[in-house]
Ligand binder design. Structure first.
Ligand SMILES: Nc1ncnc2c1ncn2[C@@H]1O[C@H](COP(=O)(O)OP(=O)(O)OP(=O)(O)O)[C@@H](O)[C@H]1O
Ligand SMILES: [Mg+2]
Length: 326
């Protein structure tokens, strides 16, 4: 469990735009341990999708500049060429996106799309083997085998999300990256899709990176969580340790929004006074300082990292130590 299966080290992603350089990810580091569900939580625009798309080699190279390392199976994914990356993407690391209708083809049946995902990596599979595997994948994600003959638009949002998940696990990847897989769904269906993720993680021994805006989703689903702000991880910890002892002022503000009493998967992040920094300037010092009640002049320098409990790291010059509850 302690062994990282994916290690993102000091990742930078800049976009070269007509308005100037957008510094979307600025020194992000994260270790995904084998067999865990690791949440990445943070406000809109903090770099959750850009960083994971960079890991998958999905950022358009012409307009972006990527630095850092992403170690997987002894290799730095950022150094691989497109052919080498194609062997990994979908086969060993796969991704589920927020909006199934944008990711599934409207013109192909569900069965054909799942089978295509498999043939691209296992061209020797026979038609019969493909059909059988497709049916068992559909059943695994809780869909009837007859769904194979349907088109995506004939299915509900929750069913489409399950189809995408079946496609993503079809080549038995080691890592699944789920980018806001439940945001577009209503609360009950969200809970079902998250349960499915947990079951698949257990049965297939997957390691999962689960991106979300929603801290309550993290609380109910993840073993560990990394809080992201302005292109960097500001705190990372086992979920329980973060909920009980969050030390970064930004993490505390996020936790403040978990509704009490219910699982609350429908909650959104609270409004924190002030604005996230403009990403047109390179990161300098602590990005949260302008919004932070604890900030001092020294926060203009890069924050140190403190391990406040085992595996609980906080990147802050003034970590909050007093107990959160009671
Ligand atoms: N192709 C691009 N060109 C320029 N800027 C971009 C590009 N893609 C993303 N960005 C910017 O990078 C920043 C990070 O975007 P990203 O999509 O990673 O945010 P996010 O954390 O996933 O947000 P959300 O929760 O809304 O999905 C944003 O400010 C976004 O506007
Ligand atoms: Mg996103």
């Amino acid at each position: 469990m302690n062994d990282p299966v994916l290690s993102i080290e000091d990742l930078y992603c800049d976009f070269l735009t007509v308005e100037g350089i957008v510094y979307a990810v600025s020194g992000m580091s994260l270790k995904l341990r084998r067999g865990e569900i690791h949440g990445i939580v943070g406000e809109s625009g903090c770099g959750k999708s850009v960083s994971t798309r960079a890991v998958m080699g999905l950022l358009e190279k012409r307009h972006s500049r990527i630095k850092g390392s992403v170690f997987f199976d002894g290799r730095d994914l950022l150094k691989l060429n497109e052919n080498e990356m194609r062997d990994i993407r979908g086969r060993r690391i796969s991704m589920v996106f927020q909006d199934p209708l944008n990711s599934l083809s409207p013109l192909e049946t569900v069965g054909n799309q799942i089978e295509e995902a498999m043939t691209s990596h296992f061209p020797a599979l026979s038609k019969g083997e493909l059909r059988n595997t497709c049916v068992s994948l559909l059943e695994k994600v809780g869909l009837h085998s007859g769904t194979a003959g349907q088109y995506p638009f004939e299915l509900s949002g929750g069913m489409q999300q399950r189809v995408m998940t079946a496609q993503a696990i079809s080549c038995e990847p080691e890592i699944l990256i789920a980018d806001e897989p439940t945001t577009a769904l209503d609360v009950t269906i969200q809970a079902q899709v998250l349960e499915l993720l947990k079951t698949l993680q257990r049965e297939m021994k997957l390691s999962v990176l689960l991106i979300t805006h929603n801290f309550a989703v993290v609380a109910g689903t993840c073993d560990r969580v990394s809080v992201m702000y302005s292109g960097r991880i500001v705190e990372t910890a086992p979920t329980e340790s973060l909920i009980n002892n969050a030390a970064h002022p930004y993490s505390r503000a996020l936790i403040g929004c978990i509704p009490r009493g219910r699982s609350g998967t429908g909650s959104r992040l609270p409004v924190i006074p002030g604005f996230p920094p403009r990403l047109y300037e390179p990161a300098d010092g602590c990005p949260f300082a302008p919004r932070c009640a604890s900030a001092s002049a020294s926060c203009k320098a890069a924050p140190p990292v403190t391990e406040i409990e085992e595996g609980h790291l906080v990147f802050c010059r003034h970590p909050l130590r007093e107990a959160l509850h009671g």
